[in-house]
Design a protein around this ligand. Sequence first.
Ligand SMILES: N=CN[C@@H](CCC(=O)O)C(=O)O
Ligand SMILES: [Zn+2]
Length: 405
Amino acid sequence: MNSTLVTNIAELHTVDAEARVLRGAALVMEGERIAWIGDAAAAPAADTVHDAGGRAALPGWVDSHTHLVFAGDRTAEFEARMAGQAYAAGGIATTVAATRQAGDYELTRLLLGRAAEAARGGTTYLETKTGYGLDVEEEARHARIASTVADEVTYLGAHLVPAGADPEEYTDLVCGEMLERVRPYVRWADVFCERGAFTAEQARRVLRACGEAGLGLRVHGNQLGPGAGVQLAVEFGAASVDHVNHLQDADVEALAGTWGSWDATVRTGNPGTVATCLPACDLSTRQPLAPARLLLDAGVEVALASNCNPGTSYTSSMAFCVTTAVLQMGLSVAEAVRAATFGGALALRRHAGLDADGRRAVGSLAVGHRADVQLLNAPSPTHLAYRPGMPLTGAVWRKGVAVAR
Ligand SMILES: N=CN[C@@H](CCC(=O)O)C(=O)O
Ligand SMILES: [Zn+2]
């Protein structure tokens, strides 16, 4: 099995339960797992040696929320928004029309290009969603294509009621035939519970049906105004509720309540509902930045994700999200890095051990975890906030294979 030693690491940020930072460190990747971590002076030999040259090493980013199966863009909508127009869910229909026109080859090519772009930015674990198909054949096609590229696929048939459809009948379809057809390709289901998208009652039906079909649950909630998304996510034991821009005290309390049997100091117990914040989207839609500081202080586990999509967040830069979280959302660098790595892993329930489908943990660096590692072009991750917008991704390994260096 091929092995790589990365040595001469100024700071190795494990993002483990003790948040250990090892100085003068090295790590060995063997096949697709991390085989050894420790003091560089004591490192074992390996087939290949990579000198980190005094740079910092972190887990690769875990991007737990993207919508990458799409064609076309929405530049005109973005320009109108920058001129003062508000974002509305209806814009999704523009992308649905463009995506339905793209054949399998084209859609796969676009998706591969976006996944490669994300990897070059340090993302080593990627979730993506359907939701630009909105009929049975298209949603099944998008789920199938997504499953050939992304680490995790989420069914988002409940993204928008397509033009001309009756909302209740469309919800029936999402809960029935459409769900059956996408089921082989997806692990998760999501619903956009928002004004202009799905009501709380419709969202409840979707979550119930998808949960009964054995899918893990996620919710797009409280993005454009206060709403039922967070409470529904908690009610259904969703792994994550995403956006969370407009929260009432009761929403924060409900989320905090889901973490009662989780011990963050040893990372055991039952994880609750992660609050996934999407700062690039918040800036692009001119929503208030999600209250990540408040959520962390209340005891809620927080993730940062890119939400890369052509409508609200056309970037897969997790580094940008980390930078924004530090500069504008009140997180420390360590908290932001944790949210963009371990937080995403927790939101995808890939934070620990080998699970039932034999997958290795991601989002933190420990022996046995997936060898998903990035080096920064900097001696410490503080530079992500200190030097905003600079090209700080040095080398990236995904499953032990160099994807950028
Ligand atoms: N908010 C809902 N869905 C996407 C945006 C989709 C679009 O506008 O194309 C989001 O997460 O922001
Ligand atoms: Zn989204």
